[in-house]
Design a protein around this ligand. Structure first.
Ligand code: NAP
Ligand code: GCO
Length: 268
């Protein structure tokens, strides 16, 4: 089919973005809305969903919001059925909901390790499994998994998160492998270090007003010499959600300002 700029449009598509009351999910949802999609999001509790609804309203975006814990398979199945009744079948899924626990492995409980794996890896499996049947019936679908630098790299204190995000990269490749024949594309986005509440502790100013040591470390590791913003992720997400990427499958698109390509700034 001859390329036109309409290939980047999401007009007429229904997109579910998980955990999208704020942060990266919220920004991606707003971008999808600007590209023409109907937006559906969920979050953990009514307070968060209402907070999200207000934020979307302030952004001039009409959305459908639902309470759902993405780790609860029965609740996710019921959510997808409710969305299909209220809005329609889901064309685009962004598995965005996630948590992190920054604890040295020897101090981390197995319960905390399991919790991170449950939200960051088991839940994308659960939600993808719930939306795939309708995508297969319709003969098209897009699944975007929000991976991480930790899909490729380790670092101290994030063993559970890195294990989950590494697994999420391979789940992405497996969904591609199993369902690509139904014209379903499953890709990942690997954000670098992005300014959101999740990374706020890593950017907290020190008592003397100096930048957090980790903040300075990331600036030295990033060719762009800045933290990413949620807006940096929107264009890549729209691309992977659109017909412009129909032959891109099983790929993790790193949006990291060049971190993965760079050994890091040499000390002066
Ligand atoms: P965030 O600010 O912590 O937002 C995550 C959202 O997911 C929150 O609304 C959170 O609700 C929700 N959530 C958590 N557990 C859930 C569950 N069981 N069911 C439903 N919703 C749940 O995170 P973010 O920085 O926007 O990151 C979003 C995604 O990008 C995550 O997968 C994260 O791992 C990934 N990521 C982030 C960065 C970064 O630098 N920020 C970089 C790479 C990848 P609560 O408010 O209750 O926690
Ligand atoms: C951390 C950060 C990172 C980012 C992101 C990087 O503690 O190292 O939270 O994990 O959230 O995943 O891509």
């Amino acid at each position: 089919m001859e390329f036109t700029m309409n290939h980047f449009s999401l007009q007429g598509k229904i997109a579910l973005i998980t955990g999208a009351s704020y942060g990266i999910g919220f920004a991606i949802a707003c971008g999808f809305a600007k590209a023409g999609a109907t937006i559906v999001f969920n979050d953990l509790n009514e307070e968060l969903v209402q907070k999200g609804m207000q934020s979307y309203q302030q952004a001039g975006i009409s959305v459908h919001g639902y309470v759902c814990d993405v780790t609860d398979e029965a609740a996710v199945q019921a959510l997808v059925e409710k969305i299909e009744q209220d809005v329609g079948t889901i064309d685009i899924l962004v598995n965005n909901a996630g948590i992190i626990r920054r604890t040295p492995m020897l101090e981390m409980s197995a319960a905390d390790f399991r919790k991170v794996i449950d939200v960051d890896l088991n839940a994308p499996f659960i939600v993808s499994k719930a939306v795939l049947p309708s995508m297969i019936k319709k003969g098209h679908g897009k699944i975007i998994n929000i991976c991480s630098m930790m899909s490729e790299l380790g670092r101290e204190t994030v063993s559970a998160y890195a294990a989950a995000k590494g697994g999420l990269k391979m789940l992405t490749r497996n969904i591609c492998s199993e369902y690509g024949k139904y014209n379903i594309q499953c890709n990942g986005i690997g954000p670098g270090y992005i300014e959101t509440p999740q990374t706020a502790p890593l950017r907290q100013l020190q008592e003397d007003g100096s930048r957090h040591p980790f903040d300075q470390f990331i600036l030295a590791k990033t060719p762009a010499e800045r933290w990413g913003t949620t807006d940096d992720l929107v264009g890549p997400a729209v691309f992977l959600a659109s017909d412009a990427s129909n032959f891109v499958n099983g790929h993790v698109l790193y949006v990291d300002g060049g971190i993965l390509a760079y050994i890091g700034k040499q000390p002066e």
